[in-house]
Every structure is written in C-alpha cells, then in structure tokens.
Design a binder for this molecule. Structure first.
Ligand code: OTU
Length: 652
C-alpha cells in the first residue's frame, strides 16, 4: 500500500543506506520492500514509535533486511520465486514431517544424514531437527537455552555438517525445519554475560530489577511454567544484585522486546538461519514474547505485532521461508497466531495443533470421542493459506488445556475430569494400561501435565510386559489409529522420532542429575538402532508399526482430499466411541474421504442410518483405502474393530 508518511520515510532511509546497498542488483528485494514497507513501518511504530531514535532503528532494520538478502544464496532466491508462483505449496498432502534430536536420533548431524534412507523409506519428507545451537554443558532445557545463536553445538556437529545435511535433504526433495528460540537466551549467552558485567546496553536486553517491587507486581498475575524445577518467574542474580525475569528455567533469561535492538537482533538471527537453508522455522514459545504487568504475560497483543513484523520482514528477504508458531495456548487464542483479519497468513503459516493432540489423548483415556467432538467442533475456523501442524506426541509434556465449557458439554466436571486424565496416564488408576509420569505438578493450583512416550501412554509397554498377544495387537492398532488421524485431519502431520517403531519410555534420564528433575526426558529416548532395525523382523511390534505407518503415509500422499483447504467437516453419530469427519475433495476427479476412528477397546458399529452425509456411503458403498476392502451399497452398518480406523472413499 502507498501511504505518504511511510513512503517519505522509506525514501529517507534509502538515502541513508550504505553505498553497497545501492549498487547491487536488488530489484526483487526493493519491490518487496516497497510492498511491505507500509506494514513494517506501522507495526514498528506501534511498538517503538515513542522512542527518540526511532528513525535510526528503522534504518538499522532495513540494513539487516538488505544485508541478509545480499548474503542469501542464489539457489534459495530462485526457490523463493518458485514458491511465490505456488503460494499454497505447503498445504499439499504430500508433506509428512518428523521431529528429532540429532544426537538422540543418530549421534549427531552427520548421523542424521546417514539415516535419511530410514526416513525416506517411511515417507517422511520434512525433518525438524530440534535445537542444535550452542548451549552450556549440563542442563540446557534440551537445547532451548542457547548461548550462541549463530553457532552449532559441538555435540551436534558443525555448520558444515548442517550444510551437508541441507544438501542431502534437497537432493531427496525433503524440507529442513530449524528452531529459533525467540523468547529467551541462556544465562551464558554473551548478552547475558555482558549484562552481568554491568553493561547497561545489555541489561536493557533483559528484564532486570534491583528490588522485588516490579517482580512482585508481575508475579501477581503470571502463572508458573515449570513450578517444580523453576518456581516463580524471576531469579536473583548475584553478580548484578538484580532480579532477572526467567519465565522458564532459572538459567533462561527472557529477552526484552520493548527494546527495538532486541527485535532487530532476533530478526537478523531468523534471516541468518533462513540463509543457512531452512525451509521452515519453528518459532519457540511465541505466546510469551511480550510482558505486561497485571496479565498472564502470554498472548499479549504486542506479541502478535512482533510476529506480524517478523513475517513482513522475512517476506522481503526470504519470502519462501515458512514460520511455525509454537504456541501451546487455548483454542480461542491459537488462531490469532495465523494473523487476524488477514486473507493469507500474516503471522505464522503453520501452528501446532495442541488442541487436537490433547483431545486425542482424552479420547484414549475415556475410550470415547465426546470431548474430542466438542473440542474440534469449537475449534475456530482458520484462515485460507494457513495450516496446522498435527501431532500425537512431541518432546514436551501433554497439557490438558481444553476449554472448561467443552468439558462440561461432554458431561464431565472440569476439575475432576482433568485429575482423572492425569491419574489415568500416570499409573494412579488401577485399570489403566498407560505408563506415563506427571510433569509440572503445581501444588498450589493442583494443575499437572503428562509425560511419557506415545507407545507407553497407549498401553503397549504394559501389553508387552504381560506378553498378551491380543492386547499387543490392539495397542499397536491404537498407535496406528492415532497416527492415522493426524495423517488425515488436514495439516502437516509431524511424527516424533522413535514413534515410528513404537519406542517405549526411556527411564535412563533418572541416572542423570541434569535431567532427573524433568520428566519430559522420559520420552526423549536415545534410539537403539538394533531395536529400530527390528522393523525388518516379521511380526515384531516394530515391523508392524513401521510398515503400518509407512502404508498410511503412502496412501495419504495419493489422496488429494487430505490436502488442507479447510475441507473438513465433523460428523456426529449416536455411537460415542466413534470419531468421524469428512474430507471433501476440491474437484470431481477426486473422491471425498470419510474418516472413522473407534476409540473403544471393543469393536463398534457405525450405523449408516445415523449419517445423512455422505449420501454415497449408503447408496454406492465405499472403498476402504487402507485395506482396499470394498464395501457394498445398502449395508445397515459398518464394523470397526477395537481401536480401528477406516478411510472410506467413494467407489470407482
Ligand atoms: C517450548 O515449550 C519448548 O518446546 C520446550 O521444550 C521449552 O522447554 C520451552 O519452550 C522453553 O524454551 O513455551 O508455548 O509446557 O509446552 O514450555 C509453549 C511446556 C512453550 C511447554 C512450553 C512450550
């Protein structure tokens, strides 16, 4: 948009830019800067307009954009232009992701490179390599306490190793996803060290207070993220005699985005990793980016302004790069991370679907889809051009962030239902086969979350222990059905490393003092490749899970109705154990698909008289895509085995 004030400013900035930014062929850069400048200026002004050095900061911001554009390699610039031709490329059903720790999955980055055939065989073509940046030895929150944002931790390898991995991925048409930890740094980061040494410039990068006055005012409304290991939101720093804001662990110092220098530094870092070949950047803990006294300091309006600004800036320099919002927040809040009031995504193109994830576990524990149906029904519609990251497990805990009103609609009392779920998954419930542990227990509020590997939470660990073959079969089916839902729901499915062979809990963390207090390590296993390779042994659980998953992934990729064009409709039926949705097709050439999952440990029937849509199911019958079974027309009902899943397409 052309608007005089911002355009006049843009012209002044261009005059002030260093000569090298004028000489080069920056045509595409400048057309995009012109297109986005009004937005960039307005957003930057909302946050920093009252500062005397506003214009100098704006010059700095544009320099960062131009410098990173100059440094961006030709190949990526070409890819940016290709993606511009087909902006909805990432909504396609061909993408299937996996998140993994380089070291726990395969020793280091070079090891991941060697294991790409394993991922390719499974059908994974988007690899999220979890944090690999420099971290202090000892506790570093699994890499989320970064001490140098531009260097790779030697435990993972080198920048060269990452480039090699990037090259190998591109050869295989696979995408690379990397983390950018925006909200905080390690207390060992140079900025924190210089703040500690008394440099005022760097103390302004953080929230530091000489006494408890402001910290206490903040605390009054802030929840605690890690109440057991890191209670409170401030940590006393001996060397400066100040309280430092540390929302996560005491060694993770929150960055102060009220200081424009912080925003520009972090933008520079985002563009640096875009230039290292990342196709997708996972922006960690974005809900926390802005703090206002008297609020929970999550989901603040300014956090959204920051994300819009980062997106508008990234579009100028590296427009082909996507953002994932890692915001594990209430259903009513999550959609805002795509960008409100926008037709195309204006903040992050992709967001973690924590709502679906937690609801799936509710369905596992209750063996019915009552709350799952309520929750999905009330998940607000998202923008076109934005998509979910659908997952069953990840490296974090399972938080029970459902809406209280939904829990009540499903017929439960919110408080007792949540404690039932924690008990069910952590072994406090006699009849439960789940083997998880509590995480983040807050004695004051009674809240708790759940840790544990997918297979152990789904009852496979217990079934194997009892050696009960039927039960092992059923639990494997549950593992597959949970995956079958994220593969067909609409969005990018993100598998979690180890789950492709049903890896059980790893209790080894209890022996390591830097991990023992954080039960999330229960489900961050170091893979034993001898066990992984049992996926080649006929009828082993590993083989059944790996091949079952691989088959579903293959079928997903051939099923255009599974692309995400907001083409999902939830269907209700009278059998509470069943979860049903219809994925419509974009054109008549393709078939719609009805997905039906049974969360009960007994076989269940889906009565067709119950469903008026889709009409073809009763009239024409169906093709079950996974088993290739043909269902004749005129059936009164369909049988769905215990924990079974059907993908029903129109016959023919
Ligand atoms: C993220 O987590 C990471 O995924 C965690 O591994 C890190 O510990 C944390 O940030 C700090 O870097 O901020 O918006 O409940 O779900 O802390 C969500 C724990 C986050 C995580 C939560 C999350």
């Amino acid at each position: 948009m052309y608007e005089q004030t911002s355009h006049a400013l843009l012209n002044r900035i261009l005059d002030r830019l260093k000569p090298e930014f004028r000489k080069r062929d920056l045509r595409y850069f400048y057309t995009r800067l012109g297109a986005n400048f009004y937005a960039i200026h307005s957003l930057f002004k909302q946050l920093y307009g009252q500062r005397d050095n506003f214009e100098t900061q704006m010059v700095r911001l544009v320099e960062v954009l131009a410098q990173n554009y100059i440094e961006r390699n030709k190949r990526y610039k070409k890819q940016d232009m290709q993606r511009e031709q087909q902006p909805d490329w990432f909504l396609d059903q061909r993408w299937v992701g996996m998140a993994l720790y380089a070291n726990a999955f395969a020793g280091n980055l070079a090891g991941v490179n060697e294991k790409l055939p394993h991922l390719e065989e499974l059908g994974v073509n988007l690899v999220h390599v979890m944090p690999i940046l420099k971290c202090p030895p000892g506790a570093s929150d699994g890499g989320y306490a970064v001490s140098d944002f531009r260097d790779i931790d030697e435990r993972a390898g080198t920048l060269d190793d990452l480039r090699e991995l990037g090259k190998a991925l591109r050869k295989r048409n696979m995408l690379l996803t990397l983390d950018v930890v925006l909200n905080h740094t390690s207390d060992q980061h140079e900025w924190a060290q210089r703040a500690r040494a008394g440099e005022a410039q760097y103390q302004d990068y953080y929230f530091m207070y000489p006494d408890r006055e402001i910290p206490d005012r903040f605390e009054a409304a802030m929840p605690e993220v890690f109440p057991e290991t890191s209670p409170g939101n401030f940590t006393w720093d001996e060397s400066t005699g100040k309280w430092v804001m540390t929302v996560f662990n005491h060694y993770q110092w929150d960055l102060n985005y009220r200081n424009p220098a912080v925003l520009i530094e972090m933008l520079d870092i985002i563009l640096f990793w875009a230039n290292q070949g990342a196709d997708v950047l996972r922006l960690d803990a974005v809900a926390f980016l802005w703090k206002n006294i008297g609020t929970a300091c999550q989901n603040e309006r300014e956090a959204h302004v920051i994300l819009q600004l980062l997106k508008d800036c990234c579009q100028v320099t590296a427009p082909g790069v996507l953002f994932i919002a890692e915001a594990i927040v209430a259903p009513v809040e999550i959609n805002k991370y795509f960008g409100e009031d926008a037709v195309i995504a204006k903040e992050c193109e992709i967001a973690y679907n924590a709502t679906l994830m937690a609801l799936l576990w509710d369905a596992v524990a209750t063996r019915n889809a009552k709350l799952l149906n309520e929750g999905i029904q009330n998940l607000p519609a998202k923008l076109d051009g934005a998509t979910w990251l659908n997952y069953v497990r990840c490296h974090d805990d399972i938080g029970l962030g459902f809406d209280d009103a939904d829990i009540e609609c499903a017929g439960y009392d919110p408080r007792s239902h949540r404690s039932f779920l924690v008990d069910w998954f952590t072994g406090a419930h006699d009849v439960s086969p789940a083997r998880g542990r509590p995480f983040g227990k807050n004695e004051r509020t009674g809240d708790a979350r759940i840790a544990g590997s997918l297979a152990s939470l789904a009852g496979l660990e217990a079934a194997l222990e009892y050696g009960d073959n039927d039960e092992i079969h059923r639990r494997i089916r549950l593992v597959l059905t949970l995956h079958g839902i994220i593969l067909s729901f609409g969005g990018i499915p993100l598998l979690y490393y180890g789950d492709e062979v049903g890896t059980l809990n790893d209790y080894g963390f209890l022996e390591d003092a830097t991990k023992a207090g954080d039960s999330r390590w229960l489900h961050r296993p170091t893979l034993d490749w001898q066990q992984v390779m049992r996926r080649n042994a006929r009828n082993s659980p590993e083989q059944r899970i790996f091949d079952g998953l691989g088959h579903m992934i293959e079928v997903r990729k051939q099923t255009p109705a599974f692309a995400d064009f907001n083409n999902r409709e939830l269907l209700r039926c009278s059998n509470p154990h069943l979860f049903l949705y219809l994925r419509s097709a974009l054109s008549d050439e393709h078939s719609p698909v009805l997905v039906a999952a049974n969360f009960d440990a007994e076989a269940q029937q889906l009565s067709l008289a119950d469903l008026d849509t889709p009409a073809w199911l009763a009239n024409e019958g169906a093709r079950e895509l996974l088993s290739k079974r043909v269902i004749e027309p005129g059936q009164g009902h369909l049988d769905i085995p215990a924990f079974g899943l059907l993908w029903l397409a129109r016959p023919g």
